[in-house]
Design a protein around this ligand. Structure first.
Ligand SMILES: C[S@@+](CC[C@H](N)C(=O)[O-])C[C@H]1O[C@@H](n2cnc3c(N)ncnc32)[C@H](O)[C@@H]1O
Length: 488
């Protein structure tokens, strides 16, 4: 059987993916979930608009197995929960105040207090005060999120709710125990020998994946970051949306085979698979004929009971409208006519997927971003940055708050939205040969055509090479020429 994927646990307990077809890893070994939070959710400034805008539009380009969308949904649900807690707290206080007021009213004769006159004098104000919190809470709704997910590989989208985003206790045990033993010298020596032997006989590809991961994500994180989680409702909301899209065809033969494969099983969430199977089998066969509650009872009580009793799951579900576009993102983007508040651009590196980093594709993104919108990408390359600049975007850096390192690029139509502008050196680098962009005039060229076109532009360009630029800058620094990292 032709292999297409390999899974691996990343350091935050979420499952990462390697694709044999693309010969590339999809997620950082330091944490697929952490990466999504740090590169796409926290730098977006979402906290500033979540309570002020009714509808927030998000475009997730290269949804893959959906970590960026999942992290966004988790952020939104968490914010909603905080807001609900506050709402309940305020309501309780005002119920208490009402009770006290009623008590006082009952005893007003005994107390000989002219509360009524006080009430009447201030009736407008008091009633307003008592009603105000409830009314203001109703006004203060959390925005509804329309998330459009573009992905070329349908199977990944279908599989996305099932991938584990956290290790089970047994898996943690298996990971930790060898680390404890590492402390012992003898064990370390034996382990080293065994490791050498096992690499010799190891499957060629698992060695490749490890090397690739080391190569790609060498300096992004200092340690595994465990603060970022995916909310427990997210998988179930995704399943509901995917069942709506695919109906009986959601878990088809080929996906079913994957979910059952021994090699893969430990990476999937059993509860989510059961929920999806139940929904697929029963929702469309019986739901219209029989009382659905009878069928849903078991599954909800087994997997969603606590949440369902509180009706929170349904509330959370209402916060999102998810749409999946399974096609080349270059085609899908032409069918979309919204203006997006957030765009996540998470394509493979520019040399592997040049079609999603061309001047023409980025120009489409410029047309689709709202005036106050933010585009985020993990790429820090001069070429990608220059492509954004050529499209009149203002650009800046994504800085990891914990490590202070630059982990990506943000782009916006509005200059004031850029929190960490590029330094003079970085801007200069964009104008060297390294910044020469890809072109795809009709948004339909093949990967090779795009690469060849750039090769030609590169060879015929008279721009300074990035190596020479580096030398000139170093010489300038050596000569103490002031090199201010002025804001751009
Ligand atoms: C780096 S991975 C994205 C990972 C993803 N954000 C996640 O959370 O799993 C790149 C994704 O781009 C998809 N892709 C590649 N070429 C594409 C294209 N032309 N249009 C849409 N998606 C594409 C691949 O199938 C892959 O899932």
């Amino acid at each position: 059987m032709k292999k297409d994927y390999e899974f691996y646990y990343t350091q935050d307990g979420s499952v990462g993916l390697y694709s044999y077809t693309d010969e590339d890893v999809y997620h950082s070994k330091y944490g697929a979930v952490s990466e999504a939070w740090e590169k796409f959710i926290l730098p977006s400034g979402i906290s500033k608009i979540i309570n002020t805008k009714d509808n927030i539009n998000v475009l997730d380009i290269c949804y893959g197995v959906g970590y960026n969308t999942k992290a966004l949904m988790s952020y939104v649900i968490k914010t909603d929960e905080k807001y609900l807690k506050r709402k309940n707290f305020i309501i309780k206080i005002f119920e208490k105040i009402k009770k006290i007021k009623n008590k006082i009213l009952k005893n007003k004769n005994n107390l000989n207090l002219d509360i009524e006159s006080i009430d009447n004098n201030n009736s407008a104000d008091n009633s307003k005060k008592l009603l105000l919190p409830n009314e203001s809470i109703q006004d203060e709704i959390i925005s509804k999120f329309n998330i459009d997910c573009l992905e070329i590989n349908e199977e990944l989208v279908k599989m996305s709710p099932f991938l584990k985003t956290i290790l089970t206790p047994q898996e943690i045990y298996v990971k930790i125990v060898p680390k404890i033993f590492d402390c012992f010298d003898t064990y370390w020596k034996i382990k080293k020998k065994l490791a050498k032997l096992s690499t010799k006989y190891m499957l060629r590809n698992s060695q490749n994946i490890r090397e690739l991961l080391d190569l790609k994500f060498n300096n992004d994180y200092d340690e595994a970051i465990n603060d970022y989680k995916i909310h427990k409702y997210v998988s179930f909301i995704l399943i509901d949306s995917l069942i709506d899209k695919y109906k009986h065809g959601y878990i088809d033969k080929s996906l079913n085979k994957k979910l059952k494969t021994r090699r893969f099983r430990r990476y999937f969430k059993n509860s989510a698979i059961k929920y999806a199977r139940f929904k697929q089998d029963f929702r469309y066969d019986f739901i219209t004929k029989l009382n659905p509650l009878a069928f849903l009872h078991n599954i909800y009580y087994e997997y969603l009971s606590k949440r369902y009793k509180k009706m929170k799951f349904n509330d959370a579900r209402k916060l999102f409208k998810l749409s999946f576009y399974i096609n080349d993102a270059r085609k899908s983007i032409l069918d979309l006519n919204k203006l997006y508040d957030f765009i996540y651009l998470d394509a493979f590196t520019y040399s592997k997927a040049p079609e999603l980093w061309t001047v023409e594709f980025i120009s489409e993104l410029y047309k689709h971003i709202s005036p106050s919108g933010i585009l985020m990408t993990y790429s820090t390359s001069a070429q990608v940055r220059n492509t954004l600049l050529e499209n009149k975007f203002y650009i800046g850096k994504i800085i990891n708050e914990k490590t202070g390192k630059c982990i990506g690029t943000v782009a916006a139509k509005e200059k004031s939205l850029i929190e960490h502008p590029l330094s003079n050196y970085e801007i200069g680098l964009c104008s060297t040969k390294a910044g020469i962009p890809y072109h795809d005039p009709n948004l339909n060229s093949s990967k090779d055509e795009i690469l060849k076109r750039r090769e030609y532009d590169f060879k015929s360009s008279e721009l300074m090479s990035s190596t020479k630029y580096l030398k000139v800058r170093t010489a300038q620094n050596d000569n103490n020429i002031e090199d201010t990292d002025d804001e751009w």
